[in-house]
Design a protein around this ligand. Structure first.
Ligand code: PMT
Length: 322
C-alpha cells in the first residue's frame, strides 16, 4: 500500500493506522474546512491578523481499550486558555484544541469550586448572578459570545493521545492553505509514552494476577511532520517543559534545530506561570510576569504576534523580489 503523505511514514504512519478513528470525524472536518475557508486570504492587509491553532491541556494514555485506567499529566490548560484570549484580542481567529474539562478561554476568573456558586434563585425562582460575581460573569459572557458570534473561535476537544494527534493532523493539513498566515502554538502537554491500540488489553486489566508489568512505546514526535508535511509555511511555536533548570535551554535549542520550529518557549515546572524563555535562531528572550495580577502570556503573545507578522512580511518581500 502507498504511504499516506499526511502521516509522515514510519512510526507516525503506524500510529495513525492503528489509532481508533476519531468520533465525529466528518463533522470536525466540515467545521474545520468552513472555519479555514472563512478566514483564508483575510490576513496581511486585511482585518484579520492570522489564524492560530492553540493546543491546550494534557493528553491521556489509556491502558485498556474499554478504558477504566489511564496515565495523565499535570497540565491544567491555563496557558492555552489565557493565550487564546490574548490571540483573539490581537485580532487572530483561533482553533482551540483542548483537553475536555480543562481551563477554557474567558472562564479563568470564574469561581473554581462550584458552578452553582455563580447563581442564586431570585424571589420568583428566577436565576440571578450574585453581585459579588456579576462583573466577572458579564465580562466572560461578553468576550466569549463576541468570539463565537464573529466566528473567530473554533473549539475542538480531545481526551486521549490518539484523539489529540488525529486532531492536530486534521488541523495541520487544513491550515496548509493559509501558508505563512497560519500559526501553531503548541502548549498542550503531550504524552511521550503510550500503549499501542493493537497491543492494549481489551477489557479491564485483572488485578488478581499480581503486579503489572507494562512496556510503553514512544509516541512519535509530530513536530517534524507538522513542519515538513502538514503546514510547511506556518509559523510554529512549540513548548519545552523540564523540571531540571540545567538542561532546559539546551533542550529547547535542540528542539528548535531538530524540528525547525520558529520559536521554542522554554519553561520550568517550578515557575512556569511566572517566567518563560523564548528561544529562536537569533537568541533568547526572557519574559516575566509583571505582577500576580497579570499573565505572562500577555507579553509572550505580543512578541509572538510581532514575530509572526515579520514572518508574513518576509513572504511579501520574497514575492516582490521575483
Ligand atoms: O496547562 P498549564 O497547566 O498552564 O501548563 C502549561 C505547560 C507547562 C504544559 C506548557 O507551558 C508546556 O510546557 N507545554 C509543553 C509540555 C510538553 O509536552 O513538553 P515536551 O517536552 O514533552 O514536548 C515538547 C513539544 O513537542 C510540545 O510542544 C509538544 O506539543 C510536542 N510533542 C510532544 C510529544 C510528541 N509525541 N509529539 C509532539 O509533537
Amino acid at each position: 500500500m502507498a504511504a499516506d503523505p499526511t502521516t509522515g511514514g514510519g512510526e507516525a504512519e503506524s500510529f495513525f493506522r492503528a489509532a481508533p478513528p476519531l468520533r465525529d470525524q466528518d463533522r470536525v472536518a466540515g467545521d474545520l474546512a468552513d472555519f479555514v475557508a472563512r478566514h483564508s486570504g483575510n490576513g496581511g492587509g486585511g482585518r484579520l491578523a492570522g489564524v492560530v491553532c492553540v493546543t491546550s491541556g494534557g493528553t491521556t494514555v489509556p491502558l485498556e481499550q474499554r478504558c477504566v485506567r489511564y496515565i495523565d499529566n499535570f497540565s491544567s490548560g491555563q496557558r492555552g486558555a489565557a493565550s487564546t484570549e490574548y490571540f483573539l484580542k490581537a485580532g487572530y481567529a483561533v482553533i482551540f484544541i483542548y483537553r475536555r474539562g480543562s481551563k477554557q478561554p474567558y472562564c479563568r476568573f470564574l469561581p473554581e469550586d462550584s458552578f452553582l456558586d455563580l447563581f442564586e434563585l431570585g424571589e420568583e425562582s428566577d436565576i440571578q448572578v450574585p453581585e459579588s460575581h456579576a462583573a466577572v460573569v458579564k465580562t466572560a459572557i461578553r468576550n466569549y459570545r463576541k468570539a463565537i458570534d464573529e466566528g473567530l473561535l473554533l473549539k475542538l476537544p480531545f481526551t486521549t493521545i490518539f484523539e489529540y494527534l488525529q486532531l492536530l493532523q486534521m488541523v495541520g493539513t487544513a491550515m496548509n492553505c493559509l501558508g505563512r498566515q497560519g500559526m501553531f502554538y503548541l502548549a498542550a502537554a503531550v504524552s511521550d509514552f503510550y500503549v499501542p491500540w493493537e497491543s492494549m488489553a481489551k477489557h479491564k486489566i485483572e488485578s488478581a494476577s499480581g503486579p503489572l508489568n507494562m512496556q510503553l512505546n514512544q509516541v512519535p514526535k509530530m513536530l517534524f511532520i507538522l513542519r515538513k508535511q502538514w503546514a510547511p509555511s506556518a509559523f510554529c511555536v512549540s513548548f519545552k517543559l523540564e523540571t531540571d533548570p540545567d538542561i532546559l535551554l539546551q533542550k529547547a535549542e535542540a528542539a528548535l534545530r531538530k524540528y525547525g520550529m520558529n520559536v521554542v518557549v522554554a519553561n520550568e515546572l517550578a515557575n512556569y506561570k511566572d517566567v518563560v524563555v523564548m528561544v529562536t535562531s537569533n537568541g533568547r528572550t526572557t519574559v516575566r510576569r509583571p505582577s500576580k495580577e497579570d499573565d505572562v502570556e500577555e507579553q509572550l503573545i505580543d512578541l509572538l504576534v510581532e514575530m509572526h507578522s515579520e514572518h508574513i512580511m518576509q513572504l511579501n518581500q520574497d514575492v516582490h523580489k521575483l
